[in-house]
Unconditional design. Structure first.
Length: 105
C-alpha cells in the first residue's frame, strides 16, 4: 500500500452502507395511492445551523405512478446531528408506516 492510499483511507472512513438510505412512505390525499421515496443520507440532506446545534433537513417532492392523479406530495424531513429522522411534514398527503405501505388492499 503506497502513501497516497494510506492517506486516502485515513481521511475517508468507511461508512455503513445500510445506514446510507432513509425510506419515506406517504399516501396521497386526493387518490389514496401509496408512494415510497428514498433519501440518500450522504448526499441529499443539507446542514441546518439554526438553533446552535447541528441538524439536517431535506425536501422531497413525490408523485404517484397510477396515471390518473398527478398530485405532487411535498415532504420536509428533519434529521438530528447523527442523521436520525426527528420530524417530517407532509403536504398534499399523509405519512404512513412501512407496514401500511406493504399491506395489500
Amino acid at each position: 500500500m503506497n502513501l497516497l492510499e494510506k492517506i486516502s483511507r485515513f481521511l475517508s472512513p468507511r461508512r455503513n452502507t445500510a445506514q446510507r438510505y432513509s425510506m419515506i412512505y406517504v399516501k396521497c390525499k386526493r387518490c389514496g395511492e401509496k408512494i415510497s421515496g428514498r433519501v440518500d443520507l450522504w448526499n441529499e440532506i443539507s446542514p441546518d445551523y439554526e438553533g446552535g446545534t447541528m441538524s439536517y433537513y431535506c425536501r422531497k417532492v413525490l408523485m404517484g405512478s397510477s396515471g390518473n392523479c398527478f398530485q405532487k406530495i411535498e415532504v420536509v424531513l428533519r434529521y438530528d446531528g447523527d442523521r436520525r429522522l426527528v420530524d417530517q411534514e407532509v403536504i398534499g398527503g399523509e405519512a404512513i408506516e412501512k407496514e401500511e405501505f406493504e399491506a395489500v388492499e
